[in-house]
Design a protein around this ligand. Structure first.
Ligand SMILES: C[S@@+](CC[C@H](N)C(=O)[O-])C[C@H]1O[C@@H](n2cnc3c(N)ncnc32)[C@H](O)[C@@H]1O
Length: 389
């Protein structure tokens, strides 16, 4: 089974509502999606293509390569189909693999049961050919196999990513309520920021938005920070392909920028964490960090964008303190950021109303399971005030 050079269906998964930004990235790499849906993109390619996708994508979660599609009404049919696959050519008998799944079948009450069926089929097949069973377990840091099974339609994939791509490996210290890196990158892409003008991130927390902005501006991709992927544990893997892709990333990454990225937070600890994370990402020298109330954030005369991710608490209940904060965010944008475009990412529409500015766009996202919006404000002399409730 020569998966590295054989074309098949590839599904790139992402968090809900990130696929428009993932699509932009995939197309910029020269791939043409066959289908785009809310949690991913389908295209056609080889596992070598998956290597390039894994190293480049900022908005993705997993890159899945299809091994086989089949009909399976029940667990026995699932097993019988899976045991026919030449697993001995994909997974070393002395190796280790894990199984993940997305299952909706009337016979399966828990996905763990489906995972066990997949494990059994793989291990039984390899044992029958090689005389030994590979180890298996929950760790996703070696070969990972993914089952998609809806009603009687089953698809079995190699998960060429293994651990998720949505974390970008530079955030060693998470801080308080950090944004997922793939979500942060997607929100910045959604602003259409030109990557060449001032980027201000007050309330920076662990620095995710400022760091992602610096990575976008310098064309540095998450693959530069990660040395282990699922594809590395598939038999037939040629490390040269990985090193060539990684070299390409290194060669195109810019060292410097000619504009300012500013990140501030009222918490000294948060700024300390953000600086450490920026250092791990190799962009510390590109970001001006300081500890201050957001309203004292320096705003350069050359405009660009200002992006906030304030706390938003629970949906219901009393938010007097946060209400005042959101109103002050609106005042800051209106009074100190003229000529900029302002953005506020929040999961609380009631608090967002306290900003008191008329949003030009409300871009839909999810943060985990919480419905969120990225509000866009055009900040010019005549920026309209919305009534504050
Ligand atoms: C939701 S967190 C931001 C998380 C960040 N996007 C990340 O990925 O880590 C909100 C941040 O706002 C900061 N903050 C709260 N009130 C502030 C104020 N008045 N001025 C500046 N920062 C403030 C908190 O210290 C916290 O770090």
């Amino acid at each position: 089974m020569q998966v590295f050079h054989t074309e098949s269906k590839i599904i790139i998964t992402c968090n809900k509502r990130l696929s428009p930004y993932l699509q932009q990235e995939v197309e910029a790499l020269g791939f043409t999606p066959d289908r785009v849906f809310q949690t991913g993109i389908e295209l056609t390619g080889t596992v070598d293509d998956c290597i390039a996708l894994n190293l480049n994508l900022r908005c993705a979660s997993q890159v899945l390569y299809l091994l086989k599609s089949f009909k399976a009404a029940d667990p026995k049919e699932l097993y019988d189909n899976l045991v026919e696959i030449e697993w001995e050519k994909l997974i070393d008998f002395s190796g280790y693999f894990s199984v993940t799944s997305n299952v909706n079948n009337e016979h399966i009450l828990t996905p763990l049961f489906a995972n066990v069926k997949v494990k059994d089929a793989i291990a039984d097949r390899i044992k029958s050919i090689k005389g030994l069973r590979p180890n298996s377990g929950a760790d996703g840091n070696k070969t990972v196999v993914h089952l998609y099974w809806q009603d009687d339609k089953a698809e079995i994939f190699l998960d060429t990513s293994g651990e998720t791509l949505a974390k970008h490996s530079y955030r060693k210290i998470p801080g308080k309520a950090p944004m997922l890196e793939a979500l942060a990158a997607s929100t910045i892409i959604a602003t259409n920021w030109d990557r060449n003008s001032t980027f201000i991130n007050p309330m920076c927390g662990s620095g995710t938005l400022a760091i992602e902005a610096a990575l976008l501006a310098t064309d540095k991709h998450p693959g530069l920070f990660r040395m282990n992927y699922g594809f590395m544990h598939i038999m037939g893997y040629d490390e040269q392909v990985f090193f060539v892709e990684r070299r390409k990333l290194k060669d195109k990454a810019k060292k410097d920028i000619t504009f300012k990225i500013i990140a501030t937070d009222i918490s000294e600890d948060a700024v300390d964490i953000a600086q450490k994370n920026a250092k791990t990402a190799g962009v510390e020298h590109l970001i001006d960090f300081s500890v201050c109330d957001f309203a004292d954030t320096p705003v350069p005369a050359e405009p660009g964008i200002v992006m906030f991710n304030p706390e938003y608490g629970e949906r219901l209940g009393v938010h007097t303190k946060l209400e005042i904060t959101y109103k002050r965010v609106g005042d800051f944008l209106k009074q100190q950021c003229l000529g900029y475009r302002g953005y506020v990412f929040t999961g609380n529409p009631d608090l967002a109303k306290k900003i008191g500015l008329k949003a030009a766009r409300r871009i839909e996202f999810y943060n985990g399971k919480l419905d969120c919006r990225l509000f866009e404000y055009e900040l010019y002399e005549g920026t309209k005030r919305a009534p504050i409730e």
